[in-house]
Design a protein around this ligand. Sequence first.
Ligand SMILES: [Zn+2]
Length: 145
Amino acid sequence: MSRVPITVMGFRCERCDHEWIPRGGLEDEPRVCPKCRSPWWNKPKKVMMPYEDFRDRIVRTLKEAGRPLTWTEARTIAGLHQAFPNNQWVHRLEKDVGLHRQRESGGVIHWQLKTSAAGDLFESTPPEVADQGGAPSRRKQGAVE
Ligand SMILES: [Zn+2]
């Protein structure tokens, strides 16, 4: 006789960790946890969005857009609540995922990812060579002829 674990799908309450098997099947999401009666049993406790979440959403949004976006466009598509980007996080994005902010002549700032392989979040990109003094014009990044 062989013994195998049989897995039954159920729910777990995010508040009290109670686990249960629903009587009516998984399609019917319970409104409250049967133990602690919390209606937020399905909502994680954390209130603040962690940086990692912010980073992943921005990366996904910029990749899917396939073009530079303004902060307003990016935050609308990504569903972020912040009216303004958190400066510290923006600097971390520049380091972590190669975020590049391009200020256009009209003062509009466009966000884009320098590398197409933004999936490699932990690949360290060497800093660009600083402007040589007196260089007539900057080469445009990523321009393809
Ligand atoms: Zn509960």
